[in-house]
Design a protein around this ligand. Sequence first.
Ligand SMILES: *[C@@H]1O[C@H](CO)[C@@H](O)[C@H](O)[C@H]1NC(C)=O
Ligand SMILES: *[C@@H]1O[C@H](CO)[C@@H](O)[C@H](O)[C@H]1NC(C)=O
Ligand SMILES: *[C@@H]1O[C@H](CO)[C@@H](O)[C@H](O)[C@H]1NC(C)=O
Ligand SMILES: *[C@@H]1O[C@H](CO)[C@@H](O)[C@H](O)[C@H]1NC(C)=O
Ligand SMILES: *[C@@H]1O[C@H](CO)[C@@H](O)[C@H](O)[C@H]1NC(C)=O
Ligand SMILES: *[C@@H]1O[C@H](CO)[C@@H](O)[C@H](O)[C@H]1NC(C)=O
Ligand SMILES: *[C@@H]1O[C@H](CO)[C@@H](O)[C@H](O)[C@H]1NC(C)=O
Length: 395
Amino acid sequence: MNGIVVLALAAFVTFAPWRVRSEGQRLQVGMTLVRNARSLGALCLDGSLPAYHLHKGFGAGANNWLLQFEGGGWCNDIQSCLERAKTRHGSSRYMNRWEVFSGILSNNASLNPDFYNWNRVKLRYCDGASFVGNTIFNNGTSLLYFKGQKIWEAIIHDLLPKGLGKARKALLSGCSAGGLATFHHCDNFTKYLPNNASVKCLSDAGFFLDARDITLNHTMRFFFKSLVSLQGVEQNLNRNCTSSLFFPDLCFFPQYTLKYISTPYFILNSAYDVFQFHHSLVPPSADPRGHWNHCKLNPKACNPSQLNKLQGFRHYMLATLRPFYIYSGRGGMYINSCFAHCQSESQDTWFGADSPRINSKTIAEAVGDWYFSRNRSKEIDCAYPCDRTCKNLIP
Ligand SMILES: *[C@@H]1O[C@H](CO)[C@@H](O)[C@H](O)[C@H]1NC(C)=O
Ligand SMILES: *[C@@H]1O[C@H](CO)[C@@H](O)[C@H](O)[C@H]1NC(C)=O
Ligand SMILES: *[C@@H]1O[C@H](CO)[C@@H](O)[C@H](O)[C@H]1NC(C)=O
Ligand SMILES: *[C@@H]1O[C@H](CO)[C@@H](O)[C@H](O)[C@H]1NC(C)=O
Ligand SMILES: *[C@@H]1O[C@H](CO)[C@@H](O)[C@H](O)[C@H]1NC(C)=O
Ligand SMILES: *[C@@H]1O[C@H](CO)[C@@H](O)[C@H](O)[C@H]1NC(C)=O
Ligand SMILES: *[C@@H]1O[C@H](CO)[C@@H](O)[C@H](O)[C@H]1NC(C)=O
C-alpha cells in the first residue's frame, strides 16, 4: 500500500509539465527520477531510484552546465547504513520533491552573476559514500545497495542527451560529502564532454584532512578506512594515487589524490571548517567530558589552548595545500577563516552585501574570476579572529 502511494507520487513528479515554481523569490526545482538506473544497478541504499533536479539554462548560458553533488555525511557500517536507508540521504522515497536553488544554483543574475543562466543540476545523495562505492550487502535478511559510483554514471548518461553531451562550458561542484565526490569524479567528468569544452571542478567544504584529533588519534582516517572497505570504494579511486601509496584507501582523502587530477580545480574551504572541527579535530570520543562544548558553539568562548589547537588545524590545512597553491597554474582557492561549512549554496555566504570577503572579494567573485580566467584566484585569509566579514554563527 505504502509502496503504491509512493510510486504514484513519483510518477506525478516525473511527468509533471511544470518542473519549476517560485515561492516569493525562492526558486524551487522539481525532482527527476533516473528511470534507467535500475538496469545499470544504480540504486540508492534501499534499492529506490536515484534522482536529480535540473533547471534549464537560457540565453548565453544555454550550452553551459553546472552539476552539483548534494552533501550529507556518510555511513560506514551496516547499522548506520540501514538507518540511513530510511532517510532522504538513503532513499528517494523520502526526498523532498522540490529543492530550493540558491547561491551558486540561483537563476538570478544579481545573486549569482556568473552561473545564473547555465543549466544547473543538483545530484541527490543517497548512497552514503560520496558517490564512489560499488558493492551490495546481502546476508539474507538485510539488503543494502552501495552503488554511488553507478549512480554517478547513470545520472551522467541521463543528462548527456539533454544537452550535457554538447556542453561548451562545465563545472562540477559539490559541498561537504558532495565536495569530496568532486575529487573522485572530476577527471572522469571531462571524458564524457566534448574535447573542446572548458571543464573545471569546484570543491566546497570537501577538503577533509587526514588530521589527528586532539588526543592525536587518527579518527577521520579510521572512519574513512571503514567506509572505503564497507562500500567497495577502493576500486574507484584514482589509480595513479592508489598505486603510489602503501595504504591505497587513503586516496579517499583529497590531499593524497589532488596532485593526480589534471582538470583545473578550485578549492573553497574554511580553515576552521565546522564539520571537521566537530568531527575530526574534536570528535565526541576525544572530548568525553565536553570541555570543548562552549568553544564548539562559539569561537569567542574558546580558551587560548583550544584556539592553539584550531590554529594548528589551519596550519595543517594550509601546509597540505601548499604544493597546490604554488604549482597549480590553473587552480584556484579560497581558504577563509570563517567558522562555516558549505559556503557556495547559501545566498548569504555566496554573494551578498554582507557576505564573507577576502581582499574585498566575495566567494562568487573569486570562483567566477577563476572560472573565466579574469583575475588571480588564490585567496588565503588571515587567521581567526582577524576577518570581520565572518558571521561565525555555528549551527
Ligand atoms: C533578483 O534578486 C534581486 C536582489 O535580491 C531582487 O531585487 C530581484 O527582484 C530578483 N529578481 C527576480 C526576478 O527574482
Ligand atoms: C544480517 O545483518 C543484520 C544487520 O547487521 C543483522 O541484524 C541480521 O541478523 C543478519 N542476518 C543474518 C542471517 O546473519
Ligand atoms: C566544439 O566543436 C564543435 C564541433 O566542431 C563546435 O560546434 C563547438 O562550437 C565547439 N565548442 C567550443 C566551445 O568551441
Ligand atoms: C568513468 O568512470 C567509469 C568507472 O571507472 C568508467 O567505467 C567509465 O568508462 C568512465 N567514463 C569515461 C567516459 O571514461
Ligand atoms: C581512535 O579512533 C577510533 C575511531 O573513532 C576508535 O575506534 C579508537 O578506539 C580510537 N583510539 C583511541 C586510542 O582512542
Ligand atoms: C595516470 O597517469 C598517467 C600518466 O601521467 C595518465 O596518462 C593517466 O591518465 C593517469 N590515470 C588516471 C586514472 O588519472
Ligand atoms: C583583480 O583583483 C584585484 C584585487 O582583488 C582588483 O583590485 C582588480 O580590480 C581586479 N582586476 C580585474 C580585472 O577584475
